[in-house]
Ligand binder design. Structure first.
Ligand SMILES: NC(=O)c1ccc[n+]([C@@H]2O[C@H](COP(=O)([O-])OP(=O)(O)OC[C@H]3O[C@@H](n4cnc5c(N)ncnc54)[C@H](OP(=O)(O)O)[C@@H]3O)[C@@H](O)[C@H]2O)c1
Length: 263
């Protein structure tokens, strides 16, 4: 029987690459996104992950059409940048409702179906959740939340046969960079040029990052494993970076991050 996968945000970037890789390998894939993917092999359900009803409806429709859901990949996300004190309240609430509440609500709605198949839940976090990135504090916060949530959920559902993984990519070259919402701070006397320099550095890192297909291949392999990892980072340099966190003090680590993105 063909396995059925629901991916939030498979209309572009990482989600689209995962969808194409899994379809190539015999899976039936649905994208839960506001816009349709331009690959017609990917089935599309209009869904806004910031709305719980919209997510609930999407899983109901998939289950009615296929009879089962084997894998849910919570990938939809956005980025915002700027000094915390200048972030508009609407942007703060928006990123939390998509990046964090979107994942929580999707897991809650998907679990009855995923429990039935003893399937997989994969939440796309970020290395930015392991490291507090200045001028992207809200993004780091949502991704740290996704990681903590995934670890807690894993221990809730382990006896039920459900596998949970938090995948934490480093920099990946996608439209994420162009889609980032930037706080307006004309002629700022407080943070000056630090914000522009920080975001520019991050954007350059992203645009020199790994292709989204690297994440897609890692997920294809993960889905073949009986005991998939609880947390996963793709790429040697990003794995090394994650290990560094365990080797240096929090103070030293934050000093390094200040040098990279704070000055
Ligand atoms: N690119 C990176 O360097 C990087 C690194 C680490 C982690 N990540 C994470 O990877 C995930 C995918 O990012 P990406 O790089 O592939 O960015 P992307 O190309 O901008 O794709 C974002 C996807 O999320 C969907 N989305 C956004 N808001 C949504 C909403 N309210 N409801 C439903 N879908 C929504 C978009 O679809 P619609 O607009 O059609 O709704 C789109 O398919 C994100 O969670 C991101 O935080 C990215």
């Amino acid at each position: 029987m063909q396995k059925v996968v629901a991916i939030t945000g498979a209309s572009s970037g990482i989600g689209l690459a995962i969808a194409e890789e899994l379809i190539k390998n015999g899976y039936i894939v649905y994208s839960l996104s506001r816009s349709a993917p331009n690959n017609t092999d990917i089935r599309h359900i209009v869904c806004d992950v910031s709305q719980r009803d919209s997510i609930a409806n999407a899983y109901k429709v998939i289950n009615e059409a296929e009879g089962h859901i084997d894998v849910v990949i919570n990938n939809a996300g956005m980025g915002i940048s700027g000094p915390v004190e200048y972030e508009p309240v609407e942007d703060i609430e928006r990123i939390i409702s998509i990046n964090l509440l979107g994942v929580i609500n999707s897991c809650a709605e998907a679990l009855p179906y995923i429990r039935a198949t003893k399937g997989n839940i994969i939440n796309i976090g970020s290395l930015a959740g392991e490291f507090g990135i200045p001028f992207q504090a809200l993004y780091s916060t949502t991704k740290a939340g996704v990681c903590a949530f995934s670890l807690a959920l894993q221990n809730e559902v382990k006896p039920l046969g459900v596998k949970v993984t938090c995948l934490m990519p480093g920099d990946i070259k996608t439209n994420f960079t162009a889609n980032r919402v930037k706080a307006e701070i004309p002629d700022d006397p407080v943070y000056g040029d630090r914000v522009r320099r920080s975001v520019q550095r991050m954007e350059k890192d992203e645009q020199n990052g790994m292709p989204p297909s690297s994440i897609a291949k890692a997920i294809r392999k993960l889905l073949q494993q009986k005991r998939p990892p609880l947390c996963l980072t793709v790429g040697f340099s990003y794995k090394t970076l994650r290990s560094l966190k365990r080797l240096v003090s929090t103070k030293t680590l934050n000093k390094i991050l200040y040098g990279m993105y704070g000055k």
